[in-house]
Unconditional design. Structure first.
Length: 163
């Protein structure tokens, strides 16, 4: 699975009155990983062979922005403050015309436990008009190089009448 891993340093202030890392901070950890992913040098050949260091953020350029259109998170285990960083694993889950999905897993260095699973749907938009913009072939290649399976969310019960 082509997963990128980003250590996130916890801060004492991340804990809330309930004695665990606040749920909002989890989303901020995912944001930090998502931003860092966009600044990684793209894999060899994924950028179409250009010279210099190319990042996904650089491929998006100043004329476009990536917006979060949807985010889903499943909290699986409480996380408390400690000096060791927590890891955010991230990968591409889907690639559409102007949108793509990122999967996330918040875990420890050894992969146990999983504190949270999440998925974010990102949309590429024109910076001036705000209209969706098609992903370029170079952007698609980079996203494909990070692609892995879907986020393994727990199965939800089906409500009566939705069967």
């Amino acid at each position: 699975m082509p997963v990128n891993r980003f250590p996130i340093q916890l801060r004492f202030g991340d804990e809330d009155a309930n004695g665990h890392v606040n749920n909002v901070r989890y989303l901020q950890f995912l944001e930090d990983a998502r931003v860092r992913l966009g600044m990684l040098p793209v894999p060899d050949g994924a950028d179409g062979g250009g010279d210099g260091v190319v990042t996904f953020r650089g491929l998006v350029g100043a004329a476009c922005r990536t917006f979060v259109a949807r985010q889903e998170i499943e909290y699986l285990a409480p996380l408390t403050y400690r000096p060791e960083p927590v890891l955010v694993e991230t990968w591409t889950t889907s690639i559409g015309t102007s949108s793509f999905g990122y999967g996330f897993r918040l875990t420890d260095d050894d992969g146990v436990p999983t504190y949270a699973l999440a998925e974010a749907t990102m949309v590429l938009v024109d910076a001036e008009t705000g209209a969706p913009r098609r992903l370029s072939e170079a952007q698609r290649r980079v996203l494909a190089s990070w692609q892995a399976g879907p986020v393994p969310f727990r199965r939800r019960p089906v409500a009566a009448g939705e069967r």
